[in-house]
Design a protein around this ligand. Sequence first.
Ligand code: AMP
Ligand code: MG
Length: 334
Amino acid sequence: MKRLLSVIILVSIFALSSCEEDRVDPYYAYGTAMDTNVSICIYGGNKNAANSCLELLYDLEGQFSVTAKGSKLSALNRGELVEDKGHFYTLCGLANEICTLTEGAYNPCVYPLVKLWGFTTGNYNVPSEDKIAESIKLVNESKIVFKQEGICIEGDGAADFGGIAKGYASDVLREHLKSQGVDGAVISLGGNIATVGSKPDGKKWSIGINSPKGNGGLLGTLLLGECAVVTSGSYFRNFVENGKFYHHIIDPQSGEPADSGLVSVTVIAKDAALADGLSTAFFVMGMENAKIVAESLDVETVFVTENEIYVSSGLKEKFTPDSSVEGEYQIIYN
Ligand code: AMP
Ligand code: MG
């Protein structure tokens, strides 16, 4: 966990340092939410805009948390009908859409499996085959349904928005900043980076992609305008039992940590919620199937395996590999 935090801080600092180098009085706000470190760097607007972002984020966290008893998600998971037409409603709709787009590789009702493996509590364990089969059944029979009177879960399963909530929150924060007159900003929530506009000198943002080796290094940097850059990786949360490595991105079909040959996936899209949901799904689907979906949705990708970095063609001029990558990875543009 400590290593994860230092990696997250490193990316945030990296993104912010490109913010700082222009020195046109950026404002900063820092916090911790959604189980990760948060940093917001803004140009234009005022300090209140940066700080009110954190308030907004804590409010969203309060609604989407799978563990807080008072959250809207907990009410949904207790089988209640949730009357909401705000962010919770929108998030549920997006989660269902991404589930359909990825043929269930991203499935918001994966919670019974995530819980079974202990990824919610940190009490990690390798479950028995029977327990996995029981949980898969719950995942398969459940879905989030919109009724006249409210939102509910059909089936005995439960939802978990861990694969999409940070991205969604980044989108909300971005819109909030724009409404406050901010014309340049970097919002960083763990593996989720969302930018607003460009730097004050009109230049693009320099966004680092972490090395999945967890050594605090970067694989490379992307030079981008307003966009979202979201990374899912097995290095974010994991444990080892009897010498075997288990991570937190679950394949809803096998009920086990996805074993697609990927160690990290970065998705670059306009919307952070989409990029977040897709990065989780792409990790499950594996590169070949993921590429088909990515191309159909016009999003760019960086897939990382043990020894290779696959950079999608639209990023060819925008990606600069870090010098440390030489000899460690083969870089393939496709
Ligand atoms: P991310 O880091 O965005 O890839 O999200 C990983 C988190 O999403 C996990 O910690 C779980 O809470 C949740 N999750 C794991 N597997 C899936 C899946 N197949 N579909 C949806 N959410 C998932
Ligand atoms: Mg995700």
